[in-house]
Design a protein around this ligand. Structure first.
Ligand SMILES: Cc1cc2nc3c(=O)[nH]c(=O)nc-3n(C[C@H](O)[C@H](O)[C@H](O)COP(=O)(O)OP(=O)(O)OC[C@H]3O[C@@H](n4cnc5c(N)ncnc54)[C@H](O)[C@@H]3O)c2cc1C
Length: 377
């Protein structure tokens, strides 16, 4: 009998899990990989789309390309999850599984920030980044505000990258001198586990005359006045708002009864939930590491290794370590790197690799290697 593994969500976590299982035990598993989308887009590609460095068509990776032994991809919307029975309902059917892995990511809660839906652009969804790519060419004078509306949020360095890339974008168009850039972040520094990375980013903001407001979040917008209200009641005016919405687990996950404090609690060593045979990886889980693709991928590898060991009868893998490498765009084609470790020591640590063109090549390799493994392209 083949083990039936239902992987809910084909993002960083789900794709890595399905691929690893297929490579190692493709003849012994039946992996059902379910996603409502027709394609995967790397998070960082949204910045490239927003700043017109590429097109959406060029960065979209269609799921129909997935052809892996032991894996079937279903483009369906998950409507209910029963973690006790390990069943999943979709808009097309009901699936039973021996092992359920929830990898549904985090959704955006635009309504949590009054005024955001009407008056501000968010750039964290593909549609939002695409919309801003159409608005930005008309912004040639005035105040740009990059504002984060709540924490935790995906890829903590991404809003800092946005500020630096916006500087480049406006400079290239010859209008930087007529524009102000401000950046509001609820964290105390751009990358808290790595003071060196934070210092380098803050120095880059100063060099480029970007006003950085740490330790504050945008709590509402008044689009008619062009005003963002921060959580201390202070106000900042804007002509264009580039927002990171508040995040939350997808409704279907909340309705399944698996969440606590908004996300699914897991054993940080094994990614097991309190439901036998049910795991959660990536942004949907609370594991003690940030919400980023590299951590979703690392968690998926631990779950895959554990399932492979059970199938083959080998030793269980080492615990999840919460380590990951993030590349950070500093602009002008230079990319820095932060290597963070969230779980192996008493507190998170991070080491900084200064921005360079060589690291830009490493980031390119990061994307190309995943595309090749996950999509055979
Ligand atoms: C601007 C930006 C830049 C980023 N840069 C980086 C970076 O440089 N490095 C990095 O590591 N991370 C980066 N990230 C973060 C990264 O994209 C996410 O953390 C990562 O995708 C999380 O992986 P995941 O598998 O948990 O969820 P996701 O990749 O979000 O996948 C979840 C999947 O579930 C599907 N889904 C949700 N609900 C349903 C449903 N009801 N039915 C069916 N399917 C459903 C979704 O369609 C989605 O495909 C960035 C994010 C953004 C927004």
């Amino acid at each position: 009998m083949k083990i039936r593994v239902a992987v809910l969500g084909a993002g960083f976590g789900g794709l890595e899990l399905a691929t690893t299982l297929s490579e190692a035990v493709g003849d012994k598993v039946e992996v059902t990989l379910i996603d409502k989308s027709d394609s995967f887009v790397f998070g960082y590609s949204k910045l490239d789309v927003m700043f017109a460095r590429t097109t959406l068509d060029a960065v979209r990776l269609p799921y129909r390309a997935i052809a892996k032994p032991g894996v079937r991809f279903l483009r369906e919307t998950i409507t209910a999850i029963d973690p006790d029975k390990r069943t999943v309902s979709t808009d097309s059917g009901l699936y039973e599984a021996d092992v359920l892995v929830v990898a549904l990511g985090a959704d955006y809660d635009l309504d949590a920030t009054p005024g955001l839906a009407e008056g501000g652009g968010e750039f964290y969804s593909v549609a939002g980044a695409q919309r801003l790519s159409e608005v930005l060419p008309r912004f040639s004078r005035g105040r740009a505000l990059i504002g984060v509306c709540g924490a935790p949020f995906k890829c903590p360095p991404a809003p800092s990258e946005t500020a630096l890339l916006l500087h480049d974008y406006l400079s290239t168009r010859g209008v930087r001198g007529d524009c102000e850039i401000s950046f509001v972040l609820p964290l105390g520094s751009p990358v808290p586990p790595s003071p060196d990375t934070s210092r380098a980013l803050e120095a880059a903001f100063v060099e480029r005359d970007i006003r950085f407001v740490p330790g504050r979040r945008v709590s509402s917008l008044d689009p008619t006045r062009g005003v963002a209200v921060l959580d201390d009641g202070s106000e900042m005016t804007y002509d264009i708002f580039l927002g990171v919405p508040k995040h939350r687990a997808p409704d279907v996950v909340i309705e399944s009864g698996m969440t606590e404090d908004g996300y699914i609690p897991v054993d940080s060593k094994t990614l097991e939930t309190r439901f036998p045979g049910v795991y959660a990886v990536g942004d949907v889980a609370t594991v003690g590491a940030p919400k980023a693709g590299v951590f979703a991928e690392g968690a998926a590898r631990v779950v895959a290794a554990s399932l492979i060991a059970s199938i083959r009868g080998g030793e269980q893998p080492a615990s999840y370590d919460g380590r990951g490498i993030c590349f950070i765009e500093f602009g002008a084609g230079r990319i820095g790197r932060v290597e963070v470790d969230f779980l192996s020591g008493p507190k998170p640590t991070g080491s900084f690799g200064a921005p360079s063109e060589a690291l830009a090549a490493d980031k390119l390799h990061f994307g190309v290697s995943r595309r090749a493994r996950w999509f055979d392209r």
